[in-house]
Design a protein around this ligand. Structure first.
Ligand code: ADP
Length: 497
């Protein structure tokens, strides 16, 4: 009998389900978008029930497409949008409020009010730089603003979960209230070294411990789906936040492995092994997906504007018709004629952290045309990635060996070649583009013995194309120097009175 692994990939804009076979190939996919709720500028919510209904809907559809029944699914793995916060009533299963999405900025004042010594404790224990992005202040907001919520929480009637927890709770008919280390490490409430909820931080935010889920490794037997739900029990045994899941799907199991996902933004993760490195360069420290209680750690750096700069070229500047056309346009010119574009539309993230910086174009000469602009935009993605990698190398005190890539913009050959030139490292682009879902499937499949070991998974990996550096050291150094000056110009502009 054919057996598949089912990956539930619950993202920010859509719920997806993918079935994988033993070779790690996609057998079936189903996807459904759901409603984005914007109650006020800067606020973002999802309806938890819609998250659940779309997710269970695509699961049924993906199975149906290949005629798979409960017996054909060996295990379920879950990967999810991280940090998004849901609070529900333990007895009724009813959410007390909409899910507050990671992008939501409503709790910025709660973060601004954190005293210096508490900020320091949060950084040391959770590995995160205090921000409204993480779950802690979102839970506090719900308890402070939803009528009766605080009382109910204190009485032990409310449960908190990130999206993985909410899905497991529903899949198990309310039996499982758990999360994994990767998701817990993004709540800003979890001590990533002691691997437990931090009582002092919980107390500071006024969050009763009874609300919090149990925490286990990403590959772990969490429990089974409820029989009444899908007429049969399927083990749920892989859970990881999307970025950590993608690193696992790309077989980034070893210390020193680095991946970059080139999506709307870019997410870089470096596996630093058993050591939780405290960044001196504005990176975050979180937990890697794994199967052991002895966890591995990662350094994480995100770039706000990655592929989004290509969207801007397409939608606002109307310089290219499709994102993919940027490759051909950029190849029509040899270089940018010495010009640079810093796409700091919403400030600069790691390692610069400048909220006021704005998009800056420098070094334009008379011959500069739209193809040079396209090239400068693509190159800016590579320079920003370079800056994060340099910060990672400095923090981890090791050199990048190779870069694993995925995400929509990684299909651009010009971008990948320039990236390889600028970081002076080989880039292997895998055939598989669905590494986030694959990571969750791998975690679940390893746990039930569907796959035997990480080594077997590595054998599954098919490389579509390898990019190796072709640029001379002199040229690379000169280009990076120019980029650094462009970034300084962007900051200078922002900091002028
Ligand atoms: P997300 O998951 O963030 O929605 P995707 O992984 O789907 O992102 O990638 C989409 C992003 O990649 C878009 O910003 C798009 O402009 C960019 N993109 C897609 N294909 C290409 C390409 N061939 N060249 C450059 N950018 C691309």
């Amino acid at each position: 009998m054919k057996k598949y692994i089912m990956a539930l990939d619950q993202g920010t804009t859509s719920s997806r389900c993918i079935l994988f076979n033993k070779k790690g190939e996609i057998v079936s996919v189903s996807q459904k978008e759901f409603t984005q709720i914007y109650p006020q500028p800067g606020w973002v919510e999802h309806d938890p029930k819609e998250i659940w209904s779309t997710q269970i809907g695509v699961a049924a559809e993906a199975a149906m497409k290949v005629g798979a029944t409960t017996e054909n699914i060996a295990a379920i793995g879950i990967t999810n949008q991280r940090e998004t916060t849901i609070v529900w009533n333990k007895k009724t299963g009813e959410p007390v409020y909409n899910a507050i999405v990671w992008q939501c900025r409503r709790t910025a004042p709660i973060i601004d009010a954190i005293p210096e010594d508490m900020q320091q404790k949060i950084k040391e224990r959770t590995g995160l730089i205090p921000d409204a992005y993480f779950s802690a202040s979102k839970i506090k907001w719900i308890l402070d603003n939803v009528k009766g919520a605080k009382k109910a929480a204190q009485a032990g009637d409310l449960l908190f979960g990130t999206v993985d927890t909410w899905l497991m709770w529903n899949l198990s008919g309310g039996k499982i209230h758990a999360t994994d280390y990767t998701n817990a490490s993004r709540t800003m409430l979890f001590d990533i070294k002691k691997l437990c909820w931090d009582e002092e931080i919980l107390e500071y935010f006024g969050i009763p411990k009874s609300m919090l889920p149990e925490v286990h490794p990403s590959g772990y037997m969490y429990g089974n789906t409820a029989v009444e739900l899908i007429s049969g029990e399927i083990p749920i045994c892989g859970v990881a936040g999307d970025q950590q899941s993608s690193l696992f799907g790309l077989c980034g199991f070893q210390k020193g492995d680095v991946k970059n996902t080139y999506g709307t933004g870019c997410f870089l993760l470096m596996n630093t092994g058993k050591k939780a490195i405290e960044s001196k360069n504005g990176l975050l420290t979180t937990i890697a997906a794994g199967r052991s209680e002895k966890v591995d750690y990662v350094l994480e750096g995100s770039i706000f504007i990655g592929g989004a700069v290509v969207q801007w070229l397409r939608d606002e500047m109307e310089v290219v018709k499709k994102s993919s056309a940027s490759e051909k346009a950029a190849k029509l010119v040899d270089d940018t004629e010495g010009a640079y574009f810093v796409p700091a539309f919403t400030g600069l993230g790691a390692p610069h952290w400048n909220q006021e910086a704005r998009g800056t174009m420098v070094g334009i000469t008379r011959g500069f045309n739209k193809n040079h602009l396209t090239r400068a935009c693509l190159e800016s993605i590579c320079y920003q990635t370079h800056d994060v990698i340099k910060a990672m190398e400095a923090d981890a005190k090791c050199k990048l060996k190779s870069l694993k890539v995925d995400g929509g913009a990684s299909n651009n050959n010009m971008l990948m070649q320039f990236q390889s030139d600028i970081v002076n490292t080989a880039i292997e682009r895998p055939k598989m583009v669905e590494n986030t879902a694959l990571g969750a499937a791998y975690l679940a499949g390893l746990t039930v013995g569907y796959w035997e070991s990480e080594e077997e998974l590595k054998k599954n990996q098919k490389i579509a194309k390898v990019f190796t550096p072709e640029m001379s050291k002199k040229e690379r150094d000169m280009k990076i120097k120019g980029w650094n000056r462009a970034v300084e110009t962007a900051k200078f502009w922002a900091n002028m009175e």
